[in-house]
Design a protein around this ligand. Structure first.
Ligand code: NAD
Length: 468
């Protein structure tokens, strides 16, 4: 499993590279790098006729601005250092994407597969009580979201527990994001991180000077892709890239091995097979073996499982020209150096998987305003488009073509606005990173450019507050 000590050191090393180029004044770099507060909680839950003790954490890396934002993962290997590293990444991610959040992350040391749903509900509700009691859960201070091992049901349990404890808080629903639609969620949140990965890859391929660095042209059509981890993020990224962008997913690496198909895997069918069987072996639409396809020849490699998947032991074998870090920290600091020297371009995690927190930001704003996006303007926009279409028809004597009438005439739905907002955020952040990377020889890669933008923004806030 993940080497969390190495992971925290890797995040610190990546931060240090940027801080050195920025030449921050003495003491400020250290203030930014360290986690402000980490709660460790151990609580008991009576289950199956006896008391079980669970251990969990919530780290706040930075809370300028507030609230601090970041997922909660449920995993048997979770630990304090991993949570702090992930919280730091969240601070840099939110700063890079220019979102008004500090960085946080939480984890509970538990394997959700060991417990029935009603038992997980009791465990989660107790964890939520601890977080709220210690001010590590609230719409204004700390707002969790789903991550590995948690989902929208987990978020409802947490939100409901918070609401019971703070019944006078009219914004209680905004204490978590990633909720189901019926409970104050937002269209497009479940797909958001994978959708953001697709937008990140599109932004890269629309930037000629960056695509030239890996010797490709600007078309995504027919690009071969290997994905590690067909969970929430990997599945959505693979689905959108294959169904909409013309890519071929030639291999998926999962816990039980790899499934390959040089003509492209049917991602929907594979996901259905995984839901039914728990793995990729036995899937009839490809060739299975128990090894790893991470080093298969392909254009784009998308690690979307867990941290440190690509390390100094296997970085030399990677054949992809472009790695897109859909997971958090999938390439170690040492592997990053090896790959860069080999001319591989890496789209870094703090940008590539920022779609989730970006759409979480939209959900949080929707909850605080208590009104769905597009409600006030949709019919008015439709009427405006209809009037324009009528004028064009009158002036030209031609009818508006039926196939373009519907998309032109109908006002934007919430999902359209969410995707448009996400695309805008992903494109503008990519443009900033790319311009910085191409502007200076001192900036060796996109990751360093991303960290520089993020750290500069955080440093400015600390200086303005007088902490610097
Ligand atoms: P998930 O639990 O839904 O999916 C993880 C997938 O990886 C599962 O299918 C699992 O079987 C597979 N996996 C686990 N270990 C593996 C291994 N050793 N080899 C191959 N496959 C393995 O989790 P997720 O929400 O998709 O998150 C994946 C990554 O993306 C994590 O690093 C997470 O922090 C990051 N992330 C998630 C979100 C989000 O919105 N869910 C947002 C940002 C970042």
């Amino acid at each position: 499993m993940s080497n969390s000590h190495g992971f925290l050191a890797d995040v610190t090393n990546m931060f240090n590279d940027a801080a050195e180029i920025l030449a921050l004044e003495e003491g400020l770099a250290e203030k930014i790098a360290v986690c402000n507060t980490t709660l460790t909680t151990r609580f008991g839950v009576r289950l199956r006729g006896k008391m079980y003790t669970f251990e969990g954490w919530r780290a706040v890396h930075s809370n300028h601005p507030s609230p601090a934002k970041g997922g909660i993962r449920f995993a048997p290997y979770a630990n304090h250092e991993e949570v702090e590293a992930l919280a730091a990444l969240m601070s840099y991610k939110c700063a890079l994407m220019d979102l008004p959040f500090g960085g946080s992350k939480g984890a509970l040391k538990v394997d959700p597969n060991d417990w029935a749903p009603h038992e997980m509900e009791r465990i989660t509700r107790r964890f939520a009580q601890e977080l709220a009691r210690h001010e590590f859960l609230s719409p204004s201070q700390n707002v969790p979201a789903p991550d590995v091992g948690t989902n929208e049901t987990t978020m409802i349990w947490i939100a409901d527990e918070y609401r019971r404890m703070k019944s006078h808080d009219i914004n209680a629903n905004a204490c978590v994001t990633g909720k189901p639609l019926a409970m104050g969620g937002i269209e497009g949140r479940i797909e958001a991180t994978g959708r953001g990965v697709q937008y990140a890859i599109q932004a890269f391929f629309q930037t000629p000077e960056d695509v030239a660095k890996i010797g490709m042209d600007e078309s995504l059509e027919g690009r071969t892709v290997v994905v590690q981890g067909l969970g929430n993020v990997g599945y959505h990224a693979a689905k959108f890239l294959s169904e909409e962008s013309g890519c071929k997913i030639i291999a998926v690496v999962e816990r039980d091995g790899s499934i390959r198909n040089p003509d492209g895997l049917d991602i929907e069918a594979l996901r259905k097979h995984m839901t039914e069987t728990g793995g990729v072996s036995g899937f009839e639409g490809g060739e299975f073996d128990s090894g790893s396809a991470l080093s298969d020849a392909c254009d784009i490699l998308i690690p979307a499982a867990l941290e440190s998947a690509i390390h100094d032991g296997n970085a030399h074998e990677i054949k992809a020209k472009l790695i897109v870090e859909a997971a958090n920290g999938p390439v170690t600091y040492a592997a990053n150096t090896i790959l860069r020297e080999r001319g591989v371009v890496i789209i870094p995690d703090l940008y590539a998987n920022a779609g989730g927190v970006t759409v979480s930001y939209f959900e949080w704003v929707k909850n605080l305003t208590h009104i769905p996006f597009g409600l006030m303007e949709r019919r008015r926009d439709e009427e405006g488009s209809r009037m324009l279409a009528r004028q064009i028809e009158n002036m030209t004597g031609c009818h508006f073509p039926a196939e373009s009438a519907e998309p032109f005439l109908s006002g934007a739905r919430e999902i359209d606005l969410v995707r448009s907002g996400l695309d805008e955020k992903m494109r503008s952040a990519y443009g900033e990173m790319s311009r910085l990377w191409n502007a200076s020889e001192d900036i060796p890669d996109l990751r360093t450019a991303a960290y520089i933008i993020a750290v500069k923004r955080i440093a400015e806030i600390y200086r303005a507050l007088g902490i610097g």
